[in-house]
Design a protein around this ligand. Structure first.
Ligand SMILES: [Zn+2]
Length: 120
């Protein structure tokens, strides 16, 4: 059986090395749907809200591969968003991450500024 070595390899592939420590699956607050519609309308883009997988991470920031290693919100391609727990209801932050998902890109084209969700 030449394929036997494949099993441990596949198992390794399932470990999520990029997930911030302590991240837990989050059922998005209902207000997120409203915010999603708002940012869709502003950006002139349409996407399925339910395609996004939400996670909350304990605290007000966490280690991530972006923003010099510290994030309070982080979108990961294709449809994963991590929100710091204490900032779950920060509308600007949530819409910022939603806009990444709608655009399907991790950088910040002028539409972020135009829609008032450019973070500094
Ligand atoms: Zn961003």
């Amino acid at each position: 059986m030449r394929l036997r070595w494949l099993a441990p390899l596949l198992l390794l592939g399932c470990l999520d090395a990029f997930s911030p420590a302590g991240a837990e699956h989050l059922t998005p607050p209902t207000v997120y749907r409203v915010w999603w519609t708002e940012i869709e309308r502003c950006a002139g883009l349409w996407g399925d809200f339910d395609r996004v997988e939400w996670y909350e991470v304990p605290g007000s920031s966490y280690t991530c591969p972006a923003h010099e290693g510290l994030c309070d919100g982080w979108w990961r391609s294709p449809h994963t968003i991590y929100m710091a727990q204490s900032r779950l209801y920060n509308r600007q932050l949530a819409e910022h991450e939603m806009l990444h998902d709608l655009l399907q890109r991790g950088d910040h084209p002028p539409v972020f500024q135009a829609c008032g969700v450019q973070l500094n």
